[in-house]
Design a protein around this ligand. Structure first.
Ligand code: SF4
Length: 297
């Protein structure tokens, strides 16, 4: 089901329940984008008479819209002369002009944005932005760029100095944090217990099984740490890994059988199998659920 089928206009999107939106977004990642879009749709309906802003300055005031998105919308839709500077643009400019300033520094962002704005086409800034982004994505690629067929090769500094693989320069390497999440999957054969993630963290507002995060992998059964699970039968343990841009998640799923209704904390919901699809879950939980339903059938 497409977003546009479910929400044909901004009003229907603004009036939707957040869980419905997250449910449709499920699997795409970057869930804060869905939440920000929802917040912004409500703001446009309630405070801007349903009129979407039509210039860079006003677009920047919207939640979730930064310089990059504001430049893209204002130039593509309204032909405003604002350069889009994304990863593709950084790469093309740093190679063609042989710029060594790291692109992940304030000085680098300033320098590349200034240059991109000096180069932008007066008449067709929207087309110019899309063209340079496409050029970076299709020809001047991060690995194995197509220099042999590139019309800019004769004047490209990186090509002529044999520095293509060095540019663009980044000062920091992304460190991926390792996290160990122990999920407690409790079922009586018809229901599962889920809770909503409410902390400022990955997957905010999505649903999951009750969880305990540990510093390292837990090797022994963790019944001791959850007193009210002591009477439950452990029927399966399996591990699934999920990689995000800044984190590697090691999920361990402890499956318990329960024959009675458990008295768990209020925020934990007991959900029938047939209704579980109504709850937006992270990809890791979705992958586990696929295995879970094969296991119990
Ligand atoms: S010659 Fe190669 S590095 Fe230079 S702009 Fe063309 S594709 Fe990019």
């Amino acid at each position: 089901m497409k977003f546009s089928d479910t929400f044909p206009n901004v009003k229907s999107f603004a009036e939707a329940e957040e869980n419905q939106i997250l449910n449709l977004w499920q699997g795409l990642g970057y869930y804060s984008r869905a939440r920000n879009m929802h917040f912004t749709a409500k703001h446009i309906c309630n405070n801007l008479n349903g009129v979407f802003p039509s210039n860079y300055k006003e677009l920047l005031k919207l939640k979730g819209i930064g310089e990059y998105t504001a430049a893209a919308i204002s130039s593509f839709c309204y032909n405003e002369k604002k350069a889009v500077v994304d990863g593709n643009v950084f790469r093309v400019l740093s190679r063609y002009y042989g710029i060594n300033t790291p692109i992940d520094t304030t000085a680098g962002k300033k320098e590349f944005t200034k240059l991109a704005n000096e180069l932008i086409c007066e008449k067709n800034p929207g087309n110019h932005n899309q063209a340079i982004m496409e050029f970076g994505a299709l020809l001047c690629k991060p690995k194995s760029p197509s220099c042999k067929i590139c019309n800019l090769a004769s004047s490209c500094i990186a090509f002529n100095k044999n520095e293509i693989s060095k540019l663009p320069i980044k000062s920091k390497k992304i460190k991926q944090k390792k996290r160990h999440l122990n999920y407690f999957v409790i079922t009586d054969g018809e229901t599962l217990y889920v809770e909503q993630r409410n902390k400022k963290d990955i997957w905010e507002k999505l649903y999951q099984f009750p969880v305990i995060e540990t510093k390292d992998e837990v090797f022994e059964t963790p019944e001791n740490s959850i007193s009210n699970l002591l009477t439950l039968e452990l029927i399966d343990v399996r591990s699934l890994k999920h990689i995000l841009s800044h984190q590697i998640i090691f999920g361990k799923f402890w499956l318990f059988r329960s024959s009675k209704n458990l008295d768990l904390k209020n925020h934990i919901k007991c959900v029938k199998f047939k209704n579980i699809d109504n709850y937006a879950v992270p990809k890791l939980i979705e992958n586990y659920l696929n295995e879970f339903f094969q296991l119990i059938n």
